[in-house]
Design a binder for this molecule. Structure first.
Ligand code: ZN
Length: 75
């Protein structure tokens, strides 16, 4: 039970909280982004909806790869 909760927390914090270049908060937007893209929406429209307008911030979300499942067996 405890381990499960801890894993969920790791999943949430894996994307950097702020954009490396401009410092805009983006950590809260990745979950919504990936959920909506999985449901079939176009990534560029989702980013526009989430008010992620700058290139630097968009690349943070688009280029993020969730590797937590690859790492978990080694913790
Ligand atoms: Zn940025």
């Amino acid at each position: 039970m405890l381990k499960k909760e801890f894993e969920n927390e790791v999943l949430k914090i894996l994307i950097p909280v702020r954009c490396f270049s401009c410092g805009t908060l983006i950590g809260d937007k990745f979950e919504v982004f990936s959920k909506r893209v999985e449901e079939g929406e176009k990534p560029d429209k989702v980013l526009d909806d989430l008010q992620v307008k700058r290139w630097c911030c968009r690349r943070m979300i688009i280029s993020h790869i969730d590797l937590i499942d690859e790492f978990l067996p080694f913790t």
